[in-house]
Ligand binder design. Structure first.
Ligand SMILES: [Zn+2]
Length: 178
């Protein structure tokens, strides 16, 4: 998903007139950690995630200098998801998910989580910048976990147009998720 001219104009009008000159026609490669996570996504999600990250970092650059966003999680195998589910239940730690293997958007290559980092590199688990990232994601046509009613998940973004049931069905029947 490359941003249309109209969407770019909308972003620029919303956030900064100075962004235009810095905005290339396609998403740039991200930092190493983000790219490692982006690599676990399906191609369409890779493009969307890079584009979103670039939009968020452009906004942070002009409005919250020194802060940076990275993609800190991408696709998990069912086994990895089960391990995460066990955390806080049968394994030490605090509960971080209600999804078992096959029940998370992260199991299908269409979802990723961002993290916002302060100028000296500290991870910010809670920050108003996640709401900005959500606004930018919405403009780019993504689904944002901050819009969920039952389990708000502000760092979470995913491609629109799927349901979990549809993804599970596609995977089970060997249909490529694109
Ligand atoms: Zn997530």
């Amino acid at each position: 998903m490359i941003l249309s001219r109209a969407d770019k104009d909308k972003l620029i009008a919303l956030y900064s007139a100075s962004l235009d000159a810095e905005w290339p026609d396609g998403p740039l490669p991200a930092d190493v950690r983000s790219e490692r996570n982006i690599a676990t996504l399906i191609p369409r999600a890779q493009k969307a995630a890079r584009e979103h990250l670039q939009g968020v970092n452009a906004w942070l650059f002009t409005h919250a200098k020194g802060h940076v966003a990275k993609i800190i999680d991408g696709t998990r195998t069912y086994a990895e998801q089960d391990k995460l589910y066990a955390q806080g239940r049968t394994a030490p730690g605090k509960i971080v998910t209600n999804a078992r293997g096959g029940q998370s958007w992260h199991n299908f290559g269409v979802a990723w989580d961002i993290g916002v980092f302060a100028p000296l590199g500290a991870y910010l688990g809670d920050s108003p910048y996640y709401d900005k990232a959500g606004e930018i994601g919405r403009i780019q046509g993504l689904e944002w976990g901050g819009d969920w009613r039952t389990f708000q998940d502000k760092p979470h973004f995913q491609l629109a147009g799927f349901t979990l049931a549809k993804l599970q069905d596609m995977k089970q029947n060997g249909i490529a998720i694109t």
